[in-house]
Design a protein around this ligand. Structure first.
Ligand code: HOZ
Length: 429
């Protein structure tokens, strides 16, 4: 039943002489599941085709941003039209303000924002801003959460770092991380203890409000509000990293879903409709510290570049049309409920969850609330599941420690075909 992957194998062999591990980002390398990464030829809607011509239903969706599915007509048109007018000017455009207005309508806590080119840039810059604003140095992050690869945040990180089982990365100087305090997710007691230990030194708590880089792990009831209360009490800023959750767990992100307003937010991916982009923003009083209105320096030639702005605008305009998000969220619920039922019918221990258009599952009996419990998952079983799904034309993230994503293009036919594949696969595991 194995699919031919000859061309992907050839391309991977060539790539290994060109790129470390044959890839340009570690999570693509299939190290968590073994085998040869798919080399992609093209994609459309909810489907992706590899270089051997095999078609897969895609739940990676470029790690989240493609909320409308691949090559959505309106996004392709917006990019094409803008490209004909120029791809970058290094000067302001009306498009930047149009996208910012739309983002602020959907996520009002971003009273002002700054566009950057990736989630890594957004989180790195937002921490610099928090430090500049508070005059404090220390930050709190959570074990198994991933905020990009900036030195100060590469501490007990999730995503590819967790997949590869790396301790903290060599090359990060001790000095860069000595002010980073890393704590278990979903435990308010440890956060309170750290804030009490350093009452005037903690600039910010940065959190993925719904963790998506250790698999999908939901915040427990009251946890985000607890972080809000604690940070306010100790004069630290609360930063939501909504690079994945923004416009995905709800149109207004996790901050709308859980009714907790952070001081600052980092965004990425979705707001560029699949083009490289990021943003950070929040209260005007804080954002005014960014140069040139303030003295906190941060810059970028391609920041707010018109191609990404045009793609982001087209994406968010369609995604925010009445019923579009809701239909994709309903499809996600249907998918995860189906997976849960199939696992139960086969007596497979499974923890499964979804929120909005994100989902995830772990092969364990233990309720998953943090990185330690996520690690109880049977990763060998996950790898077998991944490959058996792939053989049946379903592509999920090639690691237990990543989330899954559903788009507006994942219609009933796609969800039905996916559940059919799960029915066969879970019976084999
Ligand atoms: N946050 C993304 C995956 N969890 C990053 C993708 C990448 O590292 O390539």
């Amino acid at each position: 039943m194995a699919l031919s992957q000859d061309r992907s194998q050839e391309l991977f062999q060539q790539a290994q002489g060109l790129f470390p591990g044959g890839v340009n980002s570690p999570v693509r390398a299939f190290r968590g599941v073994g085998g040869t990464p798919l080399f992609i030829d093209h994609a459309q809607g909810g489907y992706i085709w590899d270089a051997d011509g095999n078609r897969y239903i895609d739940y990676v969706l470029s790690w989240g941003p493609l909320v409308l599915g691949h090559a959505a007509t309106e996004v392709v048109s917006a990019i094409t039209e803008q490209a004909a007018k120029g791809t970058s000017y290094g000067a302001p455009t009306a498009l930047e303000s149009q996208l910012a207005v739309l983002i602020r309508e959907l996520m009002p806590s971003l009273e002002m924002m700054r566009f950057v080119n990736s989630g890594t840039e957004a989180t790195m810059s937002v921490i610099r801003l928090a430090r500049a604003f508070t005059g404090r140095s220390k930050i709190i992050k959570f074990i198994g959460q991933y905020h990009g690869h900036a030195d100060l945040l590469l501490v007990q990180a999730g995503s590819g770092v967790a997949t590869l089982g790396l301790p903290d990365s060599p090359g990060v100087p001790v000095g860069s991380t000595q002010d980073t305090i890393s704590l278990p997710f979903n435990d308010l007691g440890v956060v309170e203890a750290a804030l009490a230990q350093y009452p005037d030194q903690i600039a910010a708590v940065i959190v993925e409000p719904v963790a998506g880089n250790m698999g999908l792990v939901l915040p427990q009831d009251g946890y985000l509000q607890g972080l809000r209360d604690l940070t306010t009490r100790y004069g630290a800023l609360l930063i939501f990293d909504e690079v994945m959750t923004g416009f995905r767990v709800a149109m207004g992100g996790a901050q709308a879903l859980y009714s907790v307003t952070p001081d600052l937010t980092a965004l990425g991916k979705v707001i560029g409709g699949g083009l490289p982009v990021g943003a950070y923003g929040g209260r005007t009083e804080i954002m005014k510290h960014v140069a040139p209105s303030g003295t906190m320096y941060q810059a970028g030639t391609l920041s707010g570049n018109p191609l990404a702005m045009a793609a982001g605008l087209a994406t968010l305009r369609s995604w925010s049309q009445s019923g579009v998000f809701e239909r994709a969220a309903t499809a996600t619920t249907q998918l995860i409920n189906g997976i849960r039922e199939i696992a139960a019918a086969n007596n497979i221990s499974l923890q499964a969850a979804s929120v909005g258009t994100m989902f995830g599952f772990f092969f364990t009996d233990t309720p998953v609330i943090d990185y330690a419990s996520a690690k109880t998952s049977d990763v060998a079983r996950f790898a077998r599941c991944f490959h058996a799904l792939l053989e049946r034309g379903v592509y999920i993230a090639p690691s237990q420690f990543e989330a899954g994503f559903v788009s507006a293009a994942h219609d009933q036919e796609v969800i039905g075909a996916t559940l059919h594949a799960f029915t066969e696969v879970l019976a084999l595991l």
